[in-house]
Design a binder for this molecule. Structure first.
Ligand code: NDP
Length: 327
């Protein structure tokens, strides 16, 4: 038996609880992992609360990220004792995930734990930080260098936004952090933002085109905020869009794209090929300030996961949260 978060849906409704789970019930996979740490991303919070249609099979163990040690493997690349990492691939959505003491997975989904990171640090980064890096890589791929101008980061108080600020500031960009929480002003400057902008300035429906300001953007919010970011992006600028914390709809016009040559670069982390994952983790090892990562992250026990998921969706969680699944 092992402990984990267990999501059930039946006539009694949708519910998540911490349970003792029978190892014999683990799904098929060629690698059995003893999980050391997991984390809570926005998607995990949607899954645990049932607010969003993330879970596609029941019962489900949530957790789109895990870091741990291989207990048994019939996969050619992994042996017992190897330190491994997993992000995405539908784990925690359609295959039992990382918010448990054990996970059985396909070895093809795993990465060796990147050198230079502990399991704890890898989960402080998690899908949120790895997605922030994918956004930075997309900006670079489209030629947005620090001399081109300011980068706006929305949802700055959360996980993706916070790590995007850390990365961009370290790489020499001038970062403007957009947040709905005035209490986070000093925290965001501490991460490296040059300026903090109140989210209300981007939250009301705006004109198809506004005053040009941004050379690039990392948007985790979607909705009207994303529409306004696109409308205020400079000629030839690049907007990376990875999230929907403010809504799935996108009430925008094509004006920024056809009149200013703005590029909207979509970023998905779940099914990114292995080579890009490795590149993103290599760049995280190179460019992420570990002290600041530690300072923006805190640890909770498995027993605290369910209330934390509710707080995260309520927008009251700051930075990143690592889960010690063994307590
Ligand atoms: P967090 O909850 O940590 O951060 C989200 C932040 O968005 C909040 O801290 C808040 O920042 C802001 N926010 C919350 N609610 C609203 C709202 N109603 N309107 C506007 N802003 C809001 O989540 P993550 O950083 O883990 O994820 C952010 C988004 O990115 C999510 O939508 C997630 O699904 C998506 N994502 C997508 C991935 C992909 O593969 N494409 C991978 C990872 C994440 P503040 O209070 O500072 O304004």
């Amino acid at each position: 038996m092992f402990n984990g978060i267990f999501i059930e849906k039946d006539d009694a409704g949708y519910r998540a609880s911490r349970q003792s789970i029978d190892e014999a019930a683990l799904p098929e996979g060629d690698v059995l992992v003893a999980v050391d740490y997991s984390t809570i991303n926005y998607k995990d919070a949607l899954a645990i609360t049932g607010v969003g249609p993330v879970v596609r099979r029941f019962p489900m163990v949530p957790g789109i990220d895990l870091a741990g040690t291989v207990l048994a493997s019939s996969h050619a690349h992994y042996r017992a004792g190897d330190a491994v990492l997993l992000n995405g691939f539908g784990v925690g959505e359609q295959h039992w995930g990382g918010l448990a003491q054990k996970a059985q997975l396909k070895g093809d989904w795993l990465l060796p734990l990147p050198s230079g990171f502990s399991a704890w640090q890898a989960m402080a980064i998690g899908t949120a930080g790895y997605t922030a890096m994918l956004c930075v890589l997309a900006l670079e791929r489209h030629g947005v260098t620090p001399d081109k101008g300011e980068i706006v980061v929305t949802g700055a108080g959360g996980g993706v936004g916070g790590i995007a600020i850390l990365l961009l500031a370290r790489l020499g960009y001038r970062v403007v952090a957009v947040s709905g929480r005035s209490t986070l002003h000093d925290y965001l400057l501490g991460l490296g933002a040059a300026e903090v902008m109140d989210r209300t300035l981007l939250a009301a429906p705006g004109k198809p085109l506004g005053k040009e300001r941004w050379a690039g953007a990392v948007d985790v919010v979607g909705g009207t905020v994303l529409a306004n970011v696109c409308a205020t992006t400079c000629y030839g600028g690049v907007v990376t869009a990875c999230g929907l914390a403010g809504g799935m709809n996108w009430p925008a016009t094509v004006a920024p794209f056809i009149l200013r040559g703005v590029t909207l670069a979509g970023v998905d982390s779940v099914y990114v090929p292995a080579a890009v994952r490795q590149q993103a983790w290599q760049r995280l090892a190179q460019d992420l300030d570990r002290e600041k990562l530690q300072a923006m992250s805190r640890e909770i026990a498995l027993s605290e996961v369910i209330p934390l998921a509710e707080a995260l969706l309520a927008g009251s969680v700051q930075g990143r949260v690592v889960v010690d699944v063994n307590r």
